[in-house]
Each structure stands twice: as structure tokens, then as C-alpha cells.
Design a binder for this molecule. Structure first.
Ligand code: ADP
Ligand code: MG
Length: 238
């Protein structure tokens, strides 16, 4: 269907989303394969967050199809879409500030059994070793980079098939962005597909296999990450 490898885990077809009379997404087609990392790039206001929120079931599309493992997700409530395997770490991280890191992770676990939740938390510490010393700390006291790690870990606690992350690099220093990138690579290696919404194209292309460029709610370019040279990045994304 596109350049994706293997079967599609997520397939979005001809998706249109409106806010009242304003069209935010127009006829979007997007596919994510098993263990594939896909970036959605585009300037502020392009529609990236709207796309993630619509797939998550938080917004209702005006038209189009969304299939996860060949099952239609349109019209399902958000908690059922998460349970089916599409889990979204929202823009701004949305930690529960007065709760500890451990408690935030427990909240991400959904319906997993208690013993399984403990095992899941151990896995997250393995994935993000820098969180080990922070597990008892209130999330609101963490640095931006640490909060982003917790946001990713919390989403992974639900054992998603597709992890969607909205602007993970926002507000982070370059060295911290590198640590987040490293963590995202480990997520992919562990077998989870990734949908990464980013204004920071260079960062996203460093982790994604393929990318789609959104401008004013339309896909203006898609392809393998290595097809996106500097010139293209400059012309669409700066
Ligand atoms: N709740 C909303 N109500 C009305 N318009 C919105 C709302 N959220 C976003 N928009 C508009 O939809 C477009 C896409 O926004 P968004 O999905 O947030 O883009 P991005 O995440 O790429 O910055 C923008 O024009 C934005 O102003
Ligand atoms: Mg956004």
C-alpha cells in the first residue's frame, strides 16, 4: 500500500476532521506497519495533534476510516481504542504532578493484573534507567526530560501495539532530546510501532523509518526518512 514493511497495524484512509466549519484534516491516508516508526511532520497548526486525537477517539472524524489490526476504530470510545492497542502520550506530557512516578506509571497500566503491573514497572526502569532513582518522586518535581520519559513509560504500561507521541522534544534541551531519542529507539526495538508527531523534523527523521509531511491539514509529501534531504526539510518545515 505504501512503503511500509509487512502488515499494517494502523491504517488511516481518507480521513477528514472539522472543528465546526473549519477543516483541520483533509483526506489523510497513513499506514503504519508492524514495528515501524512513522513520523508526522509539519509546522504549528498543521493538524498533527488533531490527527493523534482523532485516532485516539477523542475527536470524531467527519469522514474516513481508521483501522487498527484491520478493526474499525471510528465511533469507539477512547478507552476502548486504547485497549485495542493505540495509546497516545499527549502534547505537554500531562503528568499528574502530585503523584509519584510509580503512581503515574500504575495509572497507565489499564486492566493489567497487579503482579503484572509490578513487572511492567520493572521493565520501564530497565528501559529508562535514569528513572530508577526518581520512582518515589512527585512527577511535578521532575525535569522536562524526565517527565517526557515518564509520559512515554506511562503509555507503554498499557502495552500498546502503536505508541503515539505528540511533540516529545518540545521545550527540551538538545542533550535531553538525544536521551529521549535513544529511549524511542529502544521502544521500537522492543516491538512497538511508533507514531511520532513532531515539528522538529531532524529529530523525528533520526528515529522514523518513514515520514508524512502535513501542511494545512493535508499530506503534501510522504516517503522513507532517507528521502528527506535538508532542502526538503527547509522548504516545508522551517
Ligand atoms: N479545539 C479546537 N477548536 C478549533 N480549532 C482548533 C482546535 N484545535 C486545533 N484547532 C485548529 O486546527 C488546526 C490544526 O491544529 P493542531 O492539530 O493543533 O495542529 P498541530 O498539532 O500540527 O500544531 C489549527 O488551525 C488549529 O488552530
Ligand atoms: Mg500539536
Amino acid at each position: 500500500m505504501t512503503g511500509s514493511q509487512g502488515n499494517a497495524v494502523l491504517e488511516v484512509s481518507d480521513l477528514t476532521v472539522r472543528y465546526g466549519a473549519a477543516v483541520a484534516l483533509r483526506g489523510i491516508d497513513l499506514v503504519i506497519g508492524e514495528q515501524e516508526a512513522v513520523a508526522v511532520l509539519g509546522p504549528n497548526g498543521a493538524g498533527k495533534t488533531t490527527l493523534l486525537r482523532t485516532i485516539s477517539g477523542l475527536l470524531k472524524p467527519a469522514a474516513g476510516q481508521i483501522e487498527l489490526d484491520s478493526h474499525s476504530m471510528v465511533g469507539r470510545p477512547a478507552y476502548r481504542i486504547a485497549r485495542a492497542g493505540f495509546v497516545h502520550a499527549p502534547e505537554g506530557r500531562s503528568m499528574i504532578a502530585p503523584l509519584t512516578v510509580t503512581e503515574n506509571l500504575q495509572l497507565g497500566a489499564g486492566r493489567r493484573a497487579r503482579s503484572d503491573v509490578a513487572a511492567g514497572i520493572d521493565e520501564m526502569i530497565e528501559l529508562f534507567p535514569s528513572l530508577r532513582a526518581r520512582m518515589g518522586t512527585k512527577a511535578g518535581l521532575l525535569s522536562g526530560g524526565e517527565q517526557q520519559m515518564v509520559a512515554i513509560a506511562r503509555a507503554l504500561m498499557a502495552q500498546p501495539k502503536v505508541l503515539a507521541i505528540d511533540e516529545p522534544s518540545m521545550g527540551l534541551a538538545p542533550v535531553v532530546v538525544d536521551a529521549v531519542l535513544e529511549a524511542l529507539r529502544k521502544v521500537i526495538d522492543s516491538g512497538t510501532s511508533l507514531l511520532l508527531a513532531e515539528q522538529n523534523a531532524r529529530l523525528a527523521l533520526a528515529v522514523a523509518d518513514r515520514a508524512y509531511v502535513l501542511v494545512h491539514g493535508e499530506v503534501v509529501k510522504s516517503g522513507n526518512s532517507d528521502e528527506f534531504g535538508d532542502e526538503l526539510i527547509e522548504s516545508y518545515l522551517t
